[in-house]
Design a binder for this molecule. Sequence first.
Ligand code: ZN
Length: 161
Amino acid sequence: MALSKLDNLYREIILDHSSHPHNHGELADANTNIEANNPTCGDVIKLTLNVDGDVVKAIKFDGHGCSISTASASMMTDLMVGKSKDEAYALIDDFLEVVKGGEGKIEDGLGDAEILSGVAKFPARIKCATLAWKALEQALFTEKDVEINHQPHSADDFGDE
Ligand code: ZN
């Protein structure tokens, strides 16, 4: 695919998600919520989730931010409905790798969010793209869970500029 075409597709999908975000608003029957922000850009996000045992039954996001952070939250929430904590963690892990320019391990796992691999070319925007995903990680896993089961993703992974 020609680079210009790829860029057009990238813009179109991001614009579509940011102007008509999916799962936008606040979940009425939430039992978990978290707020996160990206001071570099001014993005603020609030996630409300209904977690039943090990499964993300529903998730919504609210807040305000740039088109990349909004599109990314829209894509993330689409993906996570019905996922177990372990599946969610694997997707978060893949996504954080892909936006740094790496390869995802789960084939077709990221859906539309795969398109955000384009931000690897714009390091200043990586935090916009990862905000919602890191917020979800914090909401689903306590520090203790992360220590026992998972390698934590610290802010340092992405280097503060
Ligand atoms: Zn942003």
